[in-house]
Design a binder for this molecule. Structure first.
Ligand code: ADP
Ligand code: MG
Length: 228
């Protein structure tokens, strides 16, 4: 298993109210799997992805990536693991406004000890996401959907083994959503493991060959794939 979550729990207190964002979640993801987690807003999807990626420390439970527990290693080892193994696609594009599209895509390479991608690969990915002519554009010169595609391209530059994607097609039209999912599928065929979380039932319906789980109020459970 490339990802093993065991009895994960994460609680938040806001306005004196305790919310169990992730409630005793256990989950195994095999290398090369394409997993979709479907759930309404507030069901705990973003928190779960952040726990899996080692960005948030659980209150209890464990996350093992390739057999190594995220928080049983030092901070340096954890950030090395994140940089070398995981590509994050965040819910909001989070591009650096003072860097061009191409520079934003190349940014993760500056953190990794042994970067696997490079300049030419960034141009290739830019073409894959349909924006070959936007290499030198700044984020403010791009539409929301274009910024999102740059953020998706950035997640692939390090050739990560795992992609964690939070509402990756959130503000994209159906055609672009389709293109992006096809890119995901192409990487998945080459072996990249995907965990995609979304509230978008339409996205889940188009992923009939994916494993689909449902999240409700922090609890994860099996879901029978819905017919298109
Ligand atoms: P989803 O991504 O499915 O919309 P989230 O994981 O963002 O769900 O949130 C799950 C629950 O945890 C929500 O009730 C949310 O308000 C709460 N929550 C998430 N992050 C925080 C935080 N940093 N502080 C307080 N409450 C939070
Ligand atoms: Mg969310």
């Amino acid at each position: 298993m490339i990802i093993e979550c065991c009895n994960l729990k994460k609680e938040y207190t806001a306005d004196n109210t305790l919310v169990t964002a992730v409630d005793n979640v256990s989950l195994n993801v095999a290398a090369g799997e394409f997993l979709v987690i479907l759930g309404h807003s507030g069901s705990g999807k973003t928190t779960l992805l952040s726990l899996i990626g080692g960005l948030t420390k659980p209150d209890s439970g464990e996350v093992l990536i390739d057999g190594v527990e995220n928080w049983h290693q030092g901070d340096d080892a954890l950030s090395d693991m994140r940089n070398s193994k995981i590509g994050f696609i965040f819910q909001f594009a989070s591009l650096i406004p003072t860097l061009t599209a191409l520079e934003n895509i190349l940014l993760p390479l500056t953190f990794g000890k042994t970067p696997r991608g490079g300049y030419q690969q960034a141009l290739d990915i830019l073409e894959m996401v349909g924006l070959p002519d936007k290499a030198n554009a700044f984020p403010a010169q791009l539409s929301g959907g274009q910024q999102r595609r740059i953020a998706i391209a950035r997640a692939f530059i390090n050739q990560p083994d795992i992609i964690l994607a939070d509402e990756p097609t959130g503000d994209l039209d159906e055609e672009t959503e389709h293109d992006i999912l096809n890119i995901f599928k192409e990487y998945n065929r080459k072996g990249t493991t995907f965990v995609v979380v979304t509230h978008n039932i339409h996205l889940a319906r188009t992923q009939l060959d994916a494993r689909i789980l449902e999240m409700r109020r922090g609890v994860l459970r099996e879901k029978v794939p819905v017919a298109a």
